[in-house]
Write a protein that binds this ligand. Structure first.
Ligand code: PMP
Length: 348
């Protein structure tokens, strides 16, 4: 891309910010008598966590082959999204571009930060309308690939990275379920790129709240100085480290989910209530049905909870790929729904 001047995109209060210096910043050794942080000397989780998440960053760095200076760790990706607004968008002045239907937090977080949202919807192929996006002035763009809830990878993101004079955030929460590569490979080429990933999906740690952002050293330094010092608890850091130390288990679960995604797609296609299934690079299927509201409620009554996306993609339910047993259950319930309808039609 053309000359990129990061500082002009950063809010002046953040550029000039002197971050909080915690007790654990001043002394970093592991051994000693710690009387510096007003902790209780007794108990198990009595010490503050490492504010720089050094061990976790080192393990991620090895797995992803990305230097630690290019890694930010947050309390879920949602913290990274919020920080991006707080760093780059002046409330009541700056704008962000979002491409619905997509993950709802980009817009909610903009609203919380009082940042104006410009919506440039995906086209009917669920692809970006790049010309339209580039016709607007904004500080940031959020794109999600593979996209939630449509499940597809977006084309032409690189053109945005080249031609948009602001920050481009590529949310890759679902990247592990996709057969194509990650934008992490492009990090060195684009100083305006932030790639977000998370431990909540393929790594199976939604309960732990660990999100990751990868970007230039300068952007990561801004995120680090703006975050609360102890944003990721010691328990969460330990859980993420434990997951990373067991890559075979990660691969095992991933293989089952991918195999089950294909199975679920094949079985659902056969059902009379299903009109269309969109191709998915994620761990869910976007399924167009005859009557999304009625079928959603029917499933809830059977204690099967899917996500009703009718309000964002007409007639669609989003169904997460579960365990083989859970998937069999959802197919069984939906096939019974067909029978219900048929018996109703013939007046039985
Ligand atoms: N990005 C996308 C696209 C998501 O769908 C989700 C969760 N549904 C998240 C981010 C949230 O990630 P985290 O749990 O790390 O906050």
């Amino acid at each position: 891309m053309e000359k990129f001047d990061l500082e002009t995109l950063v809010r002046p209060n953040i550029l000039g910010l002197h971050p909080y210096s915690s007790a654990r910043d001043e002394f970093t050794g592991n051994e000693g008598i710690f009387l510096d942080a007003n902790e209780n000397p007794f108990g198990q989780n009595n010490r503050y966590p490492d504010p720089h998440q050094r061990l976790l960053k080192k393990a991620l760095s090895e797995r992803k082959q990305i230097p630690v200076e290019n890694i930010f760790i947050g309390n879920g990706s949602d913290e990274a999204i919020d920080l991006i607004y707080r760093i780059f968008c002046e409330p009541q002045r700056d704008r962000v571009i979002i491409c619905p239907p997509t993950y709802g937090m980009y817009e909610v977080s903009a609203n919380i930060n009082n940042v104006e949202v410009i919506r440039v919807p995906l086209n009917d192929q669920f692809e970006l309308d790049i010309d339209k996006m580039l016709s607007h002035r904004a500080q940031c763009i959020f794109v999600c690939s593979p996209n939630n809830p449509t499940g597809n990878r977006l084309q032409n993101i690189e053109r945005l990275l080249r031609e948009f004079h602001g920050i481009v955030v590529v949310d890759e929460a679902y990247i592990d379920f996709s057969s194509e590569g990650s934008f992490l490979e492009k990090l060195a080429d684009y100083p305006n790129l932030i790639v977000m990933q998370t431990f909540s999906k393929a790594w199976g740690l939604a309960g732990a709240r660990v999100g990751v952002a990868y970007a230039s050293e300068a952007i990561i330094a801004l995120m680090d100085k703006t975050k609360p010092p102890y944003n990721v608890s010691a328990l969460n850091q330990a859980e993420a480290l434990r997951a990373l130390s067991n890559p075979l288990e990660f691969e095992r679960q991933l293989a089952i989910i991918l195999e089950q995604r294909a199975w679920l797609e094949k079985e659902l296609k056969e059902l009379a209530v299903v009109r269309h299934i969109y191709p998915s690079d994620a761990n869910f299927l976007l399924v167009e049905v005859t009557d999304a509201n009625a079928i959603y409620q029917y499933l809830v009554d059977k204690k099967v909870v899917v996500r009703n996306r009718h309000s964002v993609v007409r007639h669609c339910l989003r169904i997460t790929v579960g365990t083989p047993e859970e998937n069999r259950m959802v197919v069984k319930c939906l096939s019974e729904k067909v029978e219900d309808e048929e018996s109703w039609r013939v007046g039985r």
